[in-house]
Each structure stands twice: as structure tokens, then as C-alpha cells.
Design a binder for this molecule. Structure first.
Ligand SMILES: *Cc1c(COP(=O)(O)O)cnc(C)c1O
Length: 417
């Protein structure tokens, strides 16, 4: 039987995919959790592997016909263990959120107490938000950043750990611009007999590239996403000490998931190999150099950087010193009109709600993939400031949008597509 689309292509959806391609390559993509994955990864994700059911693990599948898939998943596992120096890896989690829920279930029982970074201070939804299953299934106690330097308050982490005797201490963030040293967390976890989970969702690429501390030697479990700085397909991954291997694997399947996405796992395998290359180390280094350059340029334009700057790929920009009336929500909307994509973000102890906010989050992973360097970061800061200053004037926004498009045209993400 022929496929209906052979004679009747779905132009409606194809046109929208083409529109999205155009949006991605003609605008500045500054969302800190996004990146441009490679054409090789996209080919794997679009391959026939999507047709195969492979519940179970290599060598232990429920269905037949998994000889090839076993090899693919085994390669992904070996590569990621080598890349991060891990004792065990599970490459099946469909997303970062899933990876975290699987890790929690492997290490805890329902109702157990966990320390996690407060959401409005950089933590993630899956670190105990009341609207997320993590917050419903476990008793999360939040720790925060210090009011003065806006760095994680390790004394508070220690005090809370001794007071609450958690089963697990979680760190890792979605909008914290500074270096997280894993060793002090491990020391505190050992003091109170807690497990230590490090959520490296944002940071995996920087860790793989050697420009950010690797938590794998210290943490019981490290979870991460493969699509942020690591630049692979959209998905999750769990690394752990060998002692947790059986619990982690059981928790992923059959605990939380059914059949794994082997087309995505093939994409992960390709991304892990790409991340082993010297060129990826250069890439990771440039991401951080670019973030520092962009942070200083934004400070020169009159913005305040939360914690004063950045050690990684992202920064949180407090808009209030630039313009007390300007909210994160409005800044996001205005910049969208100018072809600059980023997201509103709370600043620590933000007086505005999470739907409005006083800040925006900015990341340099995508523009660095495009080949932009420090000079372009200064240009980007100036484009952002021009658009926000001239936000009442359509002509200014159109001019900025045209300048953004010509900057992006000089740095094509996909020159061969
Ligand atoms: C992005 C992120 C996640 C979730 O990843 P998804 O793939 O969106 O589910 C989890 N933890 C942190 C810290 C993140 O930044």
C-alpha cells in the first residue's frame, strides 16, 4: 500500500517546517537552553529507527529484531561513559524531566525529603515545584542564593541538610550563571548520609568540553539533557555510580517509560562522538568567552547582571537599572518583534510575578555554533539595547530586525541545508 503522502504531500505542515527553519536562521537565538544540532544528528532522528520497538536494554529486549538497535544503544552508552568518565549510563530517558523523575525514583521513596535550589533562584521545575510531579511525590526543601553576591549559599545548604536530614541533595540549575563546585555538595551529603544528584541539563556540553567542573566523580547520579550545550538531539540521559545501575535501569524501564526512542538514541551516540572532538572543546571554550563578552557589553549598555556576570553559557539580566518600567515579559515580546529570541526570567527575590519578571535570560550556545565571536557579542548587546530603548517605535524595531537578519546571514547555522 502506498503512503498517502506520496501522492499528496502535506504542504500545510511542510510549509510550517520551512517557516520555522527560516525563523531559526534569520533571527538571533539566545534562549540559553537551545542550540543548533548537527545535520548528522538530524538524519539519525529522521531515520527508520523510529519504526522499531526495543523495550528493555541491549541483549535483554522483549521483542525480536533488535540486533542492530542493540549495537546502536551499546555504542551510545560506551561513548557517554567515556565522555564523562562515568561508571554507568542509561541513554533512554525521553527528556531531562524524565531523567530526573527516574533518578528520584531510583534513590528515594515517595514522601522522602530532598534539598533543591529554589526555583526563583535558578532551580528547575523538576526540583520540587508544587505544580510538577517532583513537588507532589517528594518533600522538597529549597535552598537559595545569598542576597549580596547572588551565589549559592553553601552555609544554608549545610544548615538545612543538618536540620532536615534529607534522603537526597540536588543541585544543578536552569538559570544560575555561576560555577557550581560539586565537591562541597558531596561533603555535605556525606555528613548527613544523603545521596547527591547533580542535574547538569544546561551544563553537559561545557563539562564535556572541559570548561566547567565535572560532577561525575562526586555525585551518585548525574542527569542531563542532550539538546542544550551538548548540542545533540532533544532527550535525556542518566549517569551513575555502578552501585545504582540496577535501580536506575529499572526506574527508567519499566518504571517511567515504555519503548525507548532508538532514533533519538542514535542521534545521542552521534552527538557524544562529536563532543569528544577537539573542535568541540574549542566550541565549549568559545561559548563561555562569548557569554563573558556579552555580559560586559550588556553591562556597558546599562543593564545589571545577576551575580555581576557569568562563568558559563548564560546570564540573567536585571532590566530595572536600564529602565525601571520595563518588565521581562515586555522585553521578550519587543525583542521577538526585532528577531531576537530570548526568555523572560525572574531575578533573585523578584518583586514581579514569574509571568511578568524583572529580567531576561540570555545564552550564547546557539550563536557560538553559528561561529560568532566576541565582536558579534558587542553587536548583539547593542541590538538588544536599541530595540528596548526604541520599543515604542515600529521603525526602530524594523531596522533592528533587518540588522539582526544581516548579522545572522553572515553566520549561517546550516550553510549546506
Ligand atoms: C532543561 C532542564 C531540565 C528538563 O529538560 P527537558 O528535556 O525540558 O525535560 C531539567 N533540569 C534542568 C536543570 C534543566 O535546565
Amino acid at each position: 500500500m502506498p503512503f498517502p503522502s506520496d501522492n499528496d504531500p502535506d504542504l500545510e505542515v511542510e510549509r510550517l517546517i520551512a517557516d520555522e527553519f527560516k525563523r531559526q536562521i534569520t533571527g538571533l537565538q539566545l534562549i540559553a537552553s537551545e542550540n543548533f544540532t548537527s545535520p548528522a544528528v538530524m538524519r539519525a532522528v529522521g531515520s527508520v529507527l523510529t519504526n522499531k520497538y526495543s523495550e528493555g536494554y541491549p541483549g535483554k529486549r522483549y521483542y525480536g529484531g533488535n540486533q542492530v538497535v542493540d549495537s546502536i544503544e551499546a555504542i551510545a552508552i560506551e561513548r557517554v561513559k567515556t565522555l564523562f568518565g562515568a561508571e554507568h549510563a542509561n541513554v533512554q530517558p525521553h527528556s531531562g524531566a524524565n531523567a530526573n523523575m527516574c533518578a528520584y525514583q531510583a534513590l528515594m521513596k515517595q514522601g522522602d525529603t530532598v534539598l533543591g535550589l529554589s526555583l526563583d533562584h535558578g532551580g528547575h521545575l523538576t526540583h520540587g515545584s508544587p505544580v510538577n510531579a517532583s513537588g507532589m511525590l517528594y518533600n522538597f526543601i529549597p535552598y537559595k542564593v545569598k542576597p549580596g553576591d547572588e551565589r549559592i549559599d553553601m552555609e544554608q545548604v549545610r544548615d538545612l541538610a543538618h536540620e532536615h536530614r534529607p534522603r537526597l541533595i540536588v543541585t544543578g540549575t536552569t538559570s544560575y550563571p555561576r560555577r557550581i563546585d560539586p565537591e562541597p555538595f558531596k561533603i555535605i551529603a556525606d555528613e548527613v548520609g544523603a545521596y547527591f544528584l547533580y542535574d547538569a541539563a544546561h551544563l553537559a556540553g561545557l563539562i564535556a568540553g572541559g570548561v566547567y567542573p565535572n560532577p561525575v566523580p562526586y555525585a551518585d547520579v548525574v542527569t542531563f539533557t542532550t539538546h542544550k550545550t551538548l548540542r545533540g538531539p532533544r532527550g535525556g540521559c542518566i549517569l551513575s555510580k555502578a552501585v545504582h545501575q540496577a535501580a536506575i535501569d529499572k526506574s527508567v524501564f519499566p518504571g517511567w517509560q515504555g519503548g525507548p526512542l532508538e532514533h533519538v538514541i542514535a542521534g545521542k551516540a552521534i552527538a557524544f562522538r562529536e563532543a569528544m572532538a577537539q573542535s568541540f572543546k574549542d566550541y565549549a571554550k568559545q561559548i563561555v568567552v562569548n557569554a563573558s563578552a556579552l555580559a560586559s557589553a550588556l553591562a556597558n549598555e546599562g543593564f545589571r547582571l545577576v551575580s555581576g556576570g557569568t562563568d558559563c553559557h548564560l546570564m540573567v539580566v536585571d532590566l530595572r537599572p536600564f529602565d525601571a518600567e520595563l518588565t521581562g515579559k515586555e522585553a521578550q515580546a519587543v525583542l521577538d518583534l526585532a528577531g531576537i529570541t530570548l526568555n523572560k526570567n525572574t531575578v533573585p527575590d523578584d518583586p514581579r510575578s514569574p509571568f511578568v519578571t524583572s529580567g531576561v535570560r540570555v545564552g550564547t550556545a546557539s550563536v557560538t555554533t553559528q561561529g560568532m565571536k566576541e565582536a558579534e557579542m558587542t553587536q548583539i548587546a547593542s541590538l538588544i539595547a536599541r530595540a528596548l530603548r526604541g520599543r515604542a517605535d515600529e521603525g526602530t524595531l524594523a531596522q533592528v530586525k533587518a540588522d539582526v537578519a544581516s548579522l545572522c546571514a553572515a553566520f549561517p547555522a546550516y550553510p549546506n541545508l
